[in-house]
Design a protein around this ligand. Structure first.
Ligand code: MRU
Length: 359
């Protein structure tokens, strides 16, 4: 996608030094656009854990590059390679692309395929899957547009499942970009997404870079908008979706799904197949939910009138804060899954229809 008119992916090998992979440090957006060099497994683990990179597909692609460093650092010792892979997997427990990418690399390395080659393939496949998600999701937006000629289709999204969360295009945003590029008027309600504000900071920034009309709303606004006919469609991403259709996504997604269900608003989840959990059946009970430090709730970062970035405390000093990073929306509240192979029901039968070789 374009940043100030220049095309970028979210991760790429350094053009002159094959010991470096480069990322956009997403902790700094939207206040600064900073490119960071990663050169070791430890750099990659820190970048994933501390969210220099984040989002399902990008975590997977970054772990793929982490295994390139792991291959070098292990020096042919298979046990050490596995250990380094496990260190990467431990950095974020809910996002399943992480484990998927590490396991894929371990299997490929065992077959003699260089980790660098697989890292490139993982990134390319991620970008292509998101492009396909855009093509498959576009008819949903076209269908709604046809019912309200001349008026924008209002789409609500939560967190950032945009190109910043993948290698390119994004999952939830791919149909939106496809519709906007096709000349269909769209307007996006962007949930701010406390505590880390990925909606306000990242989704708003990338939609703005692409010229997509959008409005940032506080996290609690969606239900009200749905009651008043201001939301035609919800599209979110996911960090892990069971093959039975239960969707783990950024905390607060479940509440949006409940409100959508109560108001007859279609609620779609967009994902590449690398985000499916092919083993877990009951997502609410069995998907591990990451808990992060209370400081993310206690503090907020922003920019003052002089352009200085500052962090401030927003809670009484003595108050404890809990920080559950994800929740699980049961399949019954999900209208459909938009994948690189098409749209299906959020059910085992629906997923099996598109991915028969996996089930
Ligand atoms: O904690 P994050 O920022 O890595 O969470 C990921 C997300 O941005 C969302 O949950 C997103 O909707 C799914 S990732 C495509």
């Amino acid at each position: 996608m374009l940043v100030d008119g220049k095309p970028y992916r979210t991760i790429w090998p350094h053009p002159e030094d094959d010991g470096i992979v480069q990322i956009i440090d997403q902790r700094k957006l939207p206040f600064a656009f900073v490119i960071e060099d990663l050169t070791s497994v430890s750099d990659v683990a820190t970048a994933i854990r501390d969210m220099h990179v984040r989002g399902a597909g990008l975590i997977g692609a970054t772990a793929g590059w982490g295994m390139v460093f792991a291959e070098k650092e292990a020096g042919g010792d298979a046990d050490r390679l596995r250990e380094l892979g496990d260190e990467l997997i431990a950095t974020r427990p809910t996002a399943i692309n992480l484990r998927w990418a590490v396991e894929r690399q371990l299997a490929a390395i065992e077959k003699g395929i260089p980790a660098r080659e697989t890292a490139m393939t993982i990134a390319d496949e991620d970008a292509e899957a998101c492009r396909q998600i855009g093509l498959h999701g576009l008819p949903l937006i076209e269908g709604i547009a046809a019912t309200k000629p001349g008026k924008p289709v209002n789409i609500l999204t939560h967190c950032n499942a945009g190109w910043l969360a993948f290698v390119d295009h994004g999952s939830a945003t791919a149909p939106i970009y496809a519709a906007h590029d096709a000349g269909i008027p769209v307007h996006v309600w962007v949930d701010e997404t406390r505590p880390r504000n990925q909606g306000a900071r990242l989704t708003a920034w990338e939609l703005g870079q692409h010229g997509v009309p959008h409005t940032v709303i506080a996290d609690n606004v969606g239900g009200h908008l749905m009651q008043h006919g201001q939301v035609d469609l919800v599209i979110t991403g996911t960090d892990r979706t069971t093959h039975t259709g239960d969707v783990a996504n950024k905390i607060g997604t479940y509440l949006k799904a409940l409100a959508a269900n109560d108001n007859g608003v279609p609620f779609y989840v967009a994902l590449p197949s690398s985000t499916f959990d092919w083993e877990t059946k009951d997502g609410v009970r069995d998907i591990p939910i990451e808990q992060r430090g209370g400081e993310e709730v206690r503090e907020m970062e922003g920019v003052d009138e002089e352009g200085r970035v500052a962090t401030v405390r927003i809670l009484p000093e003595q108050s404890d804060a809990a920080n559950f990073a994800f929740d699980v929306t049961p399949a019954r509240l999900v209208t459909g899954l938009i994948t690189e192979r098409g749209v299906c029901d959020a059910s085992e039968e629906g997923v099996k229809g598109l991915f028969p070789e996996r089930l």
